[in-house]
Structure formats: structure tokens, C-alpha cells
Design a protein around this ligand. Structure first.
Ligand SMILES: [Fe+2]
Length: 196
């Protein structure tokens, strides 16, 4: 289940808001300029499907977003780890997790559609941090230059379609802040969501 948690950026222990309600989530995110939409997912796409197969399965959604927003580059990012995964795969995933786990910005918006699994976007906007645990069916658009970080968890399991306008739109500019270390992780928020 998706879950939005909002904190003061000075207090990571006391949520100001915590909700799984899609309507409240959409309203809160829209209030800070972040677009959040829900789409149906398909249950006929195998976990080992490659990029072409995933994009073909979601061609209507992708085509609609391209027509609406003019994205020029679409790809699929996915990791499916389990306890049984080989250590080498776990090490690769740990490196991938660290890459965007510190606060950063991008010169273009960051758009992700989760067709499977989960990941948390932490948006640091004004004096608040909005932690959005995205799950299958969520489309999130983080505006250009928004300070944020992303946690895929210690056992990454997700398939995300990514939309870009330029070849290097995903390059991160890191702020050098250690704020991300103070906030609950993907694993902790996923645990909360499982009881919500
Ligand atoms: Fe990012």
C-alpha cells in the first residue's frame, strides 16, 4: 500500500501527516507542485520481463504520457532481489541503492511509474520533508530542481518506467547535506504501510 508521510525537516521522529489515502496524498503533493496519479497495473507481465516487454504492456499509458508531456526518452529500471539472491547481486543492489540515497536535484523533472514493487521518494520542500512510498500503480513526477532523495530499500524489488526529456536528465547534483540519514528508511516505511 502506498503511504505519504510528512515531517518537519527539523524532526524526523514525529510525522505531521501520515496517510495511505490516495486523495489526501494527491492533494498534499499537488500543494507542493508534485504530480501524483494512480493507474491500473497488469498482472500478466512476468517479473523477468525485459524493457521492451514492459513498455509494450504499458504502451497505452506510455503513449498517453508522451502525447501529454512530450517525453523523448523512456526506459525501464528494475531490480528484483530476495533473500535467495546471490551475494554478488546483493552487493550490486547495495551500490545502486546508495547512488541516489543522498539529497540531490536534477535539471529536469524526475518521472517514475511503478508497475511493480516499491520505492520511497523523499521531497525536501521548504521546511518539510514529504516521504512518498510509491507502490505498483503510482506515477510520481518530481519537478526539476526539487531537492530530494530516493530509497529502494535493503532488498530492492521494483519495476519502474522512467520518462526523460534529455539524455542526461537523470544526472544528480548533490547538495552535500546528510539530511537523508536522519529520516526513516524505505524498509521502515514499508513496515508501517503494511499495517496501515
Ligand atoms: Fe533523483
Amino acid at each position: 500500500m502506498s503511504l505519504l508521510t510528512v515531517w518537519s525537516d527539523a524532526d524526523a521522529t514525529t510525522p505531521l501527516i501520515q496517510t495511505p489515502d490516495p486523495e489526501v496524498i494527491g492533494r498534499e503533493l499537488a500543494g507542493v507542485g508534485v504530480s501524483y496519479r494512480r493507474f491500473d497495473t497488469r498482472d500478466d507481465v512476468p517479473l523477468d520481463a525485459g524493457q521492451e516487454e514492459v513498455l509494450a504492456a504499458y504502451s497505452d499509458l506510455v503513449g498517453g504520457l508522451v502525447a501529454e508531456h512530450g517525453y523523448t526518452l523512456i526506459d525501464v529500471a528494475q531490480l528484483h532481489l530476495s533473500e535467495e539472491s546471490p551475494d554478488s547481486v546483493k552487493e550490486t543492489a547495495a551500490v545502486a541503492r546508495l547512488k541516489f540515497l543522498s539529497e540531490h536535484t536534477h535539471d529536469e523533472e524526475e518521472i517514475r511509474f511503478f508497475s511493480h514493487g516499491s520505492g520511497v521518494f523523499y521531497l525536501h520542500i521548504g521546511d518539510r520533508v514529504l516521504g512518498m512510498l510509491c507502490t505498483a500503480g503510482d506515477l510520481l513526477s518530481v519537478p526539476a530542481l526539487t531537492t530530494h532523495w530516493f530509497d529502494m530499500g535493503t532488498m530492492p524489488d521494483f519495476t519502474a518506467i522512467r520518462f526523460f526529456r534529455t539524455d542526461d536528465g537523470w544526472v544528480g547534483t548533490f547538495t552535500g547535506s546528510d539530511i537523508a540519514e536522519r529520516f526513516p528508511t524505505h524498509d521502515e516505511l514499508a513496515e508501517v504501510a503494511s499495517h496501515a
